[in-house]
Design a protein around this ligand. Structure first.
Ligand code: PEP
Length: 248
């Protein structure tokens, strides 16, 4: 089994303020010892307020699939990179559900992110109904295929986040066994696109991760970190989650 350095991602969604920027950046900067990779994705307006520090990097929660031009309200991948982002979340279920992002739009966004040198954190996941109908693997395969079947070379530069919709913001976390089963399936799928890259791709779990359940999730062989929503808005909780992921 390959060693993959854990990655813990904070997705603030449309939350947070200057105070939280300071709390989180100060708390993370004070950490020492073996840390996971830590990525903070605040609303983009706060990117430039984070002091640069080796303990964390910064990302965005979305990007435009367009390079530039008359697209009011949109932000390009190049702009995000210039604002200090190294990563961008793509295809979060809230974007897919609330803003109609299709698998093909998500693929276009991944392309745009990679062209600007950003690492896409591609979110995939099934609804409660799809799980009940035993369609989880089918849904995930379609979401992954849309991005990587034609462009397998994108895989090596990607992070995947498995985020079952029934677990996001609900307190209904997947069990470690459920997460591992799906992550193993995802890794198997990834090997179909690029067998050499698949063992090194980090697959994060997202969905009601907190300081009390993160360690048992991270103990699973194919859970390489977490995408954390609600619990990332509390600096103490987020630090505890980060510390429960073993660093190098
Ligand atoms: C998310 O926003 O991607 C998420 C997983 O949220 P939460 O941790 O609040 O479930």
């Amino acid at each position: 089994m390959r060693q993959r350095k854990p990655l813990v991602v904070a997705n603030w969604k449309m939350n947070g303020d200057q105070h939280l920027v300071h709390q989180v950046s100060d708390s993370l900067a004070a950490l020492s010892g073996a840390l996971p990779d830590i990525l903070i994705c605040p609303p983009v307006i706060f990117l430039s307020n984070f002091p640069k520090h080796p303990n964390y990097c910064l990302g965005a929660q979305n990007l435009s699939e367009q390079p530039a031009g008359a697209f009011t309200g949109e932000i390009s991948a190049v702009m995000l990179a210039q604002a200090g982002a190294s990563h961008v979340i793509v295809g979060h279920s809230e974007r897919r559900t609330l803003y109609g992002e299709t698998n093909s739009l998500v693929a276009a966004k991944v392309a745009r992110a990679l062209a600007a040198g950003l690492t896409p954190v591609l979110c995939v996941g099934e609804t409660a109904a799809q799980r009940a109908e035993e369609k989880t693997f089918q849904v995930l395969a379609e979401q992954l295929d849309a991005v990587y079947s034609a462009q397998p070379q994108w895989l090596a530069a990607s992070v995947i986040a498995y985020e079952p919709l029934w677990a996001i913001g609900t307190g209904n976390t997947a069990t470690p066994e459920q997460a591992q089963q799906v992550h193993a399936f995802i890794r198997q799928q990834l090997a179909r696109y690029d067998a050499a890259a698949a063992p090194d791709v980090r697959i994060l779990y997202g969905g009601s991760v907190n300081a009390g359940n993160s360690a048992s999730l991270f103990a699973q062989a194919d859970v390489d970190g977490a995408l954390v929503g609600g619990a990332s808005l509390n600096a103490t909780d987020f630090v505890a989650i980060c510390l429960s992921a073993k660093g190098e």
